[in-house]
Design a protein around this ligand. Structure first.
Ligand SMILES: Cc1cc2nc3c(=O)[nH]c(=O)nc-3n(C[C@H](O)[C@H](O)[C@H](O)COP(=O)(O)O)c2cc1C
Length: 164
């Protein structure tokens, strides 16, 4: 299989989709103070000491320059009843924040209500990663709840199965 063929890319996407993830919405404020955000499942933990997380941002996203320049941003880990939030923040034209309750975090970063966890991050290191920009950032404040998480696997949303 040639790594440049459409077949390779499709099969790679399918294989990568075997790795189940949670779903997050990464939020920040633009230079006018307006909230911006997008649905992200490339989030993961990197290090506890220092406290670092990672995620990657598509170079084609409209919000790219905001995330390249903002000092802080937040990672909101969605709960299982927030599929509609994931849909909304993954769509280009939606008024993403309409009707949502926001709390201001550090330097006003918008925090979403009803999440499993929220991480406020200092926007320090960015690395080129092919068609994405990879963010490795320090967690400066966080909180979590007992809400069950929203999961994503093989292109579909899932819920946690009850414990055996
Ligand atoms: C389940 C799911 C996971 C996604 N994960 C990412 C991601 O990790 N990084 C990314 O840049 N876009 C990701 N996206 C796509 C963005 O959410 C989508 O392109 C968004 O519309 C970009 O916003 P904008 O172009 O309006 O700024 C994901 C979408 C979905 C549905």
């Amino acid at each position: 299989m040639s790594p440049h063929s459409q077949h390779f890319t499709r099969e790679l996407r399918n294989a990568l989709g075997c790795f189940a993830t949670g779903i997050t919405v990464v939020t920040a404020r633009d230079e006018h103070g307006s909230p911006v955000g997008l649905t992200v499942n490339s989030f993961n933990s990197v290090s506890l000491e220092p406290p670092l997380i990672v995620w990657s941002l598509g170079l084609q996203t409209q919000v790219r320059s905001v995330f390249e320049h903002c000092r802080y941003y937040a990672v909101n880990v969605l709960a299982e009843d927030q599929v509609h939030i994931s849909h909304r923040f993954a769509s280009r034209d939606a008024d993403k924040f309409a009707g949502l309750n926001l709390t201001d975090g550090i330097e006003g970063v918008p925090l979403l209500d009803g999440c499993c966890a929220r991480f406020e991050c200092r926007n320090s290191l960015r690395h080129p990663g092919g068609d994405h920009l990879v963010f490795v950032s320090e967690v400066v404040r966080f909180g979590s709840s007992d809400r069950p998480p929203l999961l994503f696997h093989a292109g579909a949303y899932r819920k946690l199965a009850p414990r055996e």
